[in-house]
Design a protein around this ligand. Sequence first.
Ligand code: 26W
Length: 807
Amino acid sequence: MEYSKETLKKLIDEKILRHFGCKEQEVTEQQIYRATALVVRDILMEKRSEFESNVKKQETKRVYYMSMEFLVGTSLKNNLFNLGIEEKMRAVVADYGVNIDSLYEMEPDAGLGNGGLGRLASCYMDAAATKQLSCTGFSIRYEFGIFKQKIVDGWQMEFPDNWLDMGDVWLVPREDEAFEVKFDGRVTENWENGVNRVEYTDYNSVIAVPYDMMISGYDSPAVNNLVLWSAKSPNRIDMDLFSRGEYVKSMEKNAMAEAISKVLYPADDHYEGKALRLKQQYLLVCASLQSIMKQFMKECGDVYQLPDKVAIHINDTHPSLCVPELMRILLDEHGLNWDDAWDITCKTLAYTNHTVMSEALERWPESLFAEKLPRIYQIVREVDRRFGLILNEHYSGDYAKINYMDIIANSQVKMANLCLACCHKVNGVSKLHSDILKNDVFHDFYYIMPEKFTNVTNGIAHRRWLCQANPELSGFITELIGDGFIRDANELVRLLDYENDRAVLERLQKIKHNNKLRLAQYIKEHNGINVDPDAVFDVQVKRLHEYKRQLLNVLHIMHIYNKLLENPSADVKPRVFIFAAKASAGYVMAKQIIRLINMVAREVNSNPLTRDKLKVIFLEDYRVSLAELIIPAAEISEQISVAGKEASGTGNMKLMLNGAITCGTLDGANVEILEQVGKENIFLFGMTAEEVIKQWQSGYSPMDIYNSNQDVRLVIDRLKHGISGTTFNDVAYSLTQGSYGSADSYMTLADFDSYKNIHEEILKTYSDREKFNRMSLINIAKAGVFSADRAIKEYADDIWKTKSVKW
Ligand code: 26W
């Protein structure tokens, strides 16, 4: 259906009248935002119902993407863009005297994720809808998303993110589709006529209520659904207690149940065995599988056909309870025998691993697991027993190996092992990462079931990150090669025709300059600092983690500062180093590093000797919408993790797509960026993953570097003496001595010289603007493979075995 400007205006008028009971003249900007969003939502719901009927007619295999996180960001602009009605809507709201950009700014980010993993899930929903796949996302409707970050005296403070205040317009509650989820209690098994009847008693119930969020695709008839579960207590209030005057107590149970979907766990660095987190995971899995099975039984009815009709994807181990829960449904509710149930479960489930950091791998305390989920525990025990037999066949007598691979060992339930034992496909998220899984982390699994292992290199929603975030560049690309790249990012490669066209290269530089001006304006407003838009904009934006080595970046800045102080009149190109990062609330070292960046910023930015040549900016509250502002303005993309630790990275792809040149190690998807652009168009430095391992094995001594390298010694001593009145002894100690005998675990000092050298090279290259602009053009041209459209097609073809719905 086509929507004319007049129709859209009429629809919004109606919403304003019905929802707010007011006429055009009295309406507030906020009400216009809501009305506009509601109209867009209605359009999407209508499209969805038509898409759904085609899915049914064509009996398309359905995909369910299970993820504890979806970092959606904002939706209004994305939906208008996808529906192709952005310009019309701009004109409609202008009739109310409102600029649509101020409506965009009003929308809070749906921050239902921590970082890469959650944003990836959202990029994939976008691509799946564009590719006309039937793909439903399942997650939790956290009342509070990722915390709001404020920097106070350099230190990170966390504040609740009350996104539902304005963000709820996109959510459609479906009380009629609620499901019961059971925790705690006791299980008894009775054999009756050869059939095992399981009785579950004394459990506590929670009701999971779904909220639907429509997901549009670009110029696509498909509209998919992201289902977010909210936990509700079945008994709102204990009337007995209430009438005895125990008001608070009477509502306690209710509050306990509803706590489950209260807040997103803000840690993506280490795993904590918290009961509430386990409950969140089970709520997601149990409610989603009930919903999936209800639909499946209605449409097909033959459980043996489940793997042909349904693919369920487990996004990291967080939803890995899918394994025992699907077994439970098939055994207890459909009466299947173990072997058949196991066969169906394995064929239906697939798992993506997103990290090799061992402290992030989920291992539940067995006693907690058994107490909270008694029936699920029984099933996992049996899976473990049977898997143990297989391990014994292959590795008989090798107790260490078997112990490492066991699903239950040392009173822990190891969720990655459970996924590996069951899922028919297991993938890493970049070539290097998938190789590390096969050769190292999961090598002994790979050895006995090599057919399961595969790779799908991550991808990004290039329409959001280029067309929407950088309209000027996107418009210019359209002038050059037409708009085909919007649908097919591979067409970007045609930009290479212009690699020696001076006018084109200058225009690229001009567009970058405009985006830098826009960011400079934001920096002025938020940090009160003037940055020179002609300086090199060097950007590191991502979660704060030691392995990502923001510390290497800031130590290097301290070194540049030292050099400038030695020779303040040196003729060097001015540079602005821009950081944005949230640290997990309990991660003290990460918070120290944030403080260090802020203190270095304070000193450097205020020193009249250096401030024209060097600026350091920390932008607070990094989130999707802020990334959309920073990334188009970046010239250098810092991807400097210690090799072997960053599974893929996706910020690296977004920055490349916007013409920034990667300064990086051979880690994660950087390896594939190099493959695309060639070594002349990337700034590589540092040890390779293999060298890192060798260096560790041969004994790494950062103290030797400290003693022999004066540049290093000066910056580390400075940490101890203090910067802007704050000392950083813990940071210095962790680099040189280290707790538990492991100093500088992420080899910051080992890569310091190499990093310093590559930055000198960057400066040299930048002084030849034409050359730099050409590098930038080549990076944009070669970013096509990193589109989520390509990644989602690989998942659809190789893992889910599903096809696009025909139109
Ligand atoms: C249990 C605590 C926890 C929570 C989240 C542990 C680990 C995580 C995630 C796996 C962290 C994450 O976001 N990983 C990132 O996933 C991206 C998408 O695949 C990759 O690009 C990043 O390299 C990886 O760090």
